[in-house]
Design a protein around this ligand. Structure first.
Ligand code: GCO
Ligand code: MN
Ligand code: MN
Length: 401
């Protein structure tokens, strides 16, 4: 049985204070976001990568992720690159932070205005591979074991501009090429593909977790490739994010996750984790925790544009505390005798067929099922008590249980 914690204890305890054991990570581009949007310029000064590492560590984060150019500017000379990387590694060491994931910026430079791996221009596709190989080297040098591929501008505005069959093939060629590059170099690195339905292009290829999962099994090395689903992206496609994550988990493909929040199927809002869809996030955290997911809990979100630097750290701490609050709520849900009794009853039903269904196909089972007599009236009459169960879930989430 769980210990009951009173609201007063809760306010004063450090129950929700993030620690490195929670495996929370942030991208340099998230807390480093300066509030620039299509309608307005930056509102906050630049935070240096070294400062970000220090501050995140003080707040209780465990890891920091990066695009190549979040750390090493696009125009840096090899000597500048080496100095920047040396100083960054020193900061990681000084503040006990790790780089669990790295990725490539294949969307900012004008070269990539028509995409990268799926661009129509072969020189752009070749440059994208060169940039990614160099960025993989950088990620591995910093200790990353997961490498993320977000499609960025891999899509179309003018449908006539690209053959969608060719686009999928080009995507496959690129990922296959880069898997082989990792193998050739003996790197300990897995790829995590991040789907997004649109933005910045009006349509992006491989738009959802389901599309990506199917694509992975067409690759030369499907064992090296998994998913990096993002809350906001599945919501932009109006899908149930928890179900998408569950399918990735069940397939052994949840390699990484981008946590944030979103108000409905609009543009990618990257809101503070758990700031909007409280019920959905409770079930998401419950799924991650109950499933034994051991990967990073990465926040791909940023502070409101209204905030100064203090607001950025309020935002970062908020993401982590809210995750831990949901984690505690999930523990209470699992330890609640009434909820568990109700779930047992709901899942009970007529056990005549329980064992039969779980043992797979046999001629005998098929014959027995074809001959079975069901009490259809009783099955049709059954009430499922889901109103009661859902209300109990709400009471957990709202803190009355
Ligand atoms: C977005 C994406 C990015 C990626 C990042 C890592 O909508 O801009 O979510 O933030 O996650 O590029 O690959
Ligand atoms: Mn993301
Ligand atoms: Mn996003």
């Amino acid at each position: 049985m769980s210990t009951i914690i009173t609201p007063a204890q809760e306010r004063t305890s450090d129950l929700y204070t993030p620690t490195k054991a929670d495996k929370f990570s942030f991208g340099l581009w998230t807390v480093g976001n300066r509030g620039r949007d299509p309608f307005g310029d930056a509102v906050r000064p630049t935070l240096t990568p070294v400062n970000i590492v220090k501050k995140l560590s003080e707040l209780g984060a465990w890891g920091v992720n990066l695009h190549d150019n979040d750390l090493v500017p696009f125009e840096a000379t090899p000597a500048e690159r080496d100095r920047i990387v040396r100083e960054f590694k020193q900061a990681l060491n000084d503040y006990g932070m790790v780089v669990p994931m790295a990725t490539t910026n294949l969307f900012f430079h004008p070269i990539f205005k028509d995409g990268a791996f799926t661009a129509v221009d072969p020189a752009v596709r070749a440059f994208a591979l060169q940039k990614t190989m160099r960025a993989i080297d950088l990620g591995v040098e910093l200790g990353a074991t997961t490498y993320v591929f977000w499609g960025g501008r891999e899509g179309v505005d003018a449908e006539a501009s690209k053959d969608p069959l060719v686009a999928v093939k080009r995507m496959r060629e690129a990922i296959d090429f880069l898997c082989q590059y990792v193998l050739d170099n003996g790197y300990n690195l897995r790829f995590a593909l991040e789907p997004k339905p649109n933005e910045p292009r009006s349509d992006t290829y491989l738009p959802t977790v389901g599309h990506m999962l199917a694509f992975i099994y067409t690759l030369a090395h499907p064992e090296m490739v998994g998913l990096n689903p993002e809350v906001a992206h599945e919501n932009m496609a109006n899908l149930n994010f928890t179900h998408s994550v569950a399918q990735a988990l069940e397939a052994g493909k949840l390699f990484h996750i981008d946590l944030n929040d979103q108000k409905g199927p609009r543009y990618d809002q990257d809101l503070r984790f758990g700031s909007e869809n409280i019920k959905n996030h409770f079930f998401l955290v419950k799924l991650l925790e109950d499933s034994g997911y051991t990967g990073p809990r990465h926040f791909d979100a940023h502070a409101y544009r209204t905030e100064d630097e203090q607001g950025v750290w309020d935002f970062a701490l908020g993401c982590m505390r809210t995750y831990n609050m949901f984690k505690e709520k999930a523990r209470r849900f699992n330890a609640d005798p009434e909820i568990q009794a109700l779930l047992a009853e709901i899942n009970g039903g007529d056990q005549t067929y329980g064992g039969l269904l779980g043992s797979g196909y046999s001629t005998e089972t098929a014959t027995r099922l074809k001959e079975a007599l069901f009490d259809l009236d009783a099955l049709a009459r059954r009430g499922y008590h889901y109103e009661k169960l859902d209300q109990l879930s709400i009471e957990i989430i709202l803190g009355t249980r």
